[in-house]
Design a protein around this ligand. Structure first.
Ligand SMILES: [Zn+2]
Length: 432
């Protein structure tokens, strides 16, 4: 949870004052990594052998110690970034999710390759780097894109007397805490390098969002000098990070050994697209450029329709059933406006089909007319134009080999205020 390059510069500039404090900065990495290791199945603890302790005691800090731990520094570098000793991308997420996927996939690939070669020492060091990335991205101090030192935020929330003139980054994330996730069952994230990297990236997104929910409460607690409250909120982020680290290490060791739990593999057969942030949500929020103007001034939503931009209502579609059509509510789905397509990366060679029910929201969309298109790597895979009174259409496309899936909606009628377009139960499946 040490920081960004910029804060290192700050630290170096004030080295004399900051050095004592800097020594404590690594603690949460140890605590979170150890908590994750404790919930691994016995065969994985055995497989790690002496590296089990080293991962929590040392390797999870490799990316922070690249200038002092020269022997291990190479495990925190990337071949396509020659000469870069301190890789900022291991500590702070890029706004562009594609770049983060490249980083995660690089280390997943290295870890699996070295495990398959039987080089557990190397694999565990690369694993330490990946643990560090997960923990840093999910740190309450790393949650505000572009404001890692909370300069802007402190203009909105001026510090109290006791925090005046102090840097916030360290106090927000640091503490001498112990983390436990005992009872947590690590999840298998995939059965290939591609699938594990992709699922792990999305688990990391979950961690970033969870950490964000703790940042302001921690700052308020720091301003109030309430150490207990600081810890309570820090622990929420730390527990979430430990679970993600556990999923990562567990999945990597399964991949390396080619040893999978059949039930867990079966559980990976399909995946809901609406549970993932699209590429357009850079930094995991919708930027101004992604707002659409009709049917209201908003952005795509999941699991709800925003009526007139003010009222959340459940997704409802007309569904053909036997001789008639019935109204049906859907818990899962995406509602979106016109002209702002959504894109998601797909892990190559993993999913074969994309299915969804498309249509316009019952009632609200009555006077609308929308052209729905699914594109795979830029090529149309399925398209349909529906009126607001038409029953929902079931789409089923072959996405074998597709690396980028896009959902596009274009208004084709005269009443843009009625174009409440719905993709209900959008699902990726491995089976044909
Ligand atoms: Zn770091």
């Amino acid at each position: 949870m040490r920081p960004s390059f910029s804060s290192i510069i700050v630290l170096l500039s004030f080295a004399a004052m900051a050095v004592g404090k800097a020594l404590a900065w690594g603690e949460p990495h140890h605590a979170i990594t150890r908590a994750a290791l404790e919930v691994l199945p016995a065969w994985q603890v055995d497989a790690l052998g002496p590296e089990f302790a080293a991962l929590g005691d040392n390797y999870c800090l490799i990316p922070d110690n690249v200038f002092t731990d020269k022997a291990n520094a190479k495990f925190a570098t990337m071949d396509n970034h020659p000469g870069e000793v301190y890789l900022k991308r291991l500590h702070l997420p890029f706004p562009d999710q594609s770049e983060n996927l490249v980083t995660v996939r690089y280390f997943v690939d290295k870890i699996v390759a070295t495990l398959k070669e039987g080089k557990m020492g190397d694999a565990a060091r690369f694993m330490g780097t990946l643990c560090h990335l997960i923990e840093d991205f999910g740190s309450p101090s790393h949650t505000i894109p572009g404001d890692n030192m909370f300069t802007l935020l402190q203009q909105f929330m001026p510090p109290s007397e006791i925090m005046k003139g102090k840097l916030l980054h360290g106090p927000i994330e640091n503490g001498n805490f112990k983390v436990s996730i005992s009872g947590y069952q690590p999840q298998l994230l995939g059965a290939s390098v591609e699938e594990v990297s992709w699922r792990l990236l999305h688990r990391i997104h979950d961690g970033i969002i969870r950490a964000r929910s703790t940042t302001l409460p921690i700052i308020q607690a720091l301003y109030a000098d309430d150490a207990d409250a600081v810890l309570t909120h820090q622990m929420k982020a730390a527990v979430s990070d430990a679970q993600i680290v556990a999923d990562a290490i567990h999945s990597l060791l399964c991949l390396g050994a080619g040893k999978f739990d059949a039930e867990a593999v079966e559980g990976l057969g399909s995946f809901r697209l609406d549970s993932l942030w699209p590429i357009e949500a850079v930094s995991l929020y919708y930027p101004q450029s992604q707002f659409f103007s009709s049917p209201f001034w908003g952005h795509a939503r999941t699991g709800e329709v925003l009526e007139g931009g003010v009222k959340s209502v459940p997704i409802r579609l007309l569904i053909p059933e036997a001789e008639e059509t019935i109204e049906k509510s859907f818990e899962h789905g995406i509602s979106m406006g016109m002209g702002k397509p959504l894109n998601w990366h797909l892990p190559s060679g993993v999913y074969r089909r994309f299915t969804a029910r498309i249509g316009l929201q019952v009632g609200l969309g009555k006077k609308g007319r929308v052209e729905f298109t699914v594109l795979g790597d830029g090529k149309p895979l399925s398209t349909a134009t529906l009126n607001g009174t038409d029953p929902a259409h079931a789409i089923d496309c072959d996405i074998t080999g597709v690396k980028l899936i896009q959902l596009s909606t274009v208004g084709r009628g005269l009443d843009p205020k009625s174009n409440y377009a719905i993709w209900a139960e959008p699902q990726l499946s491995k089976s044909h």
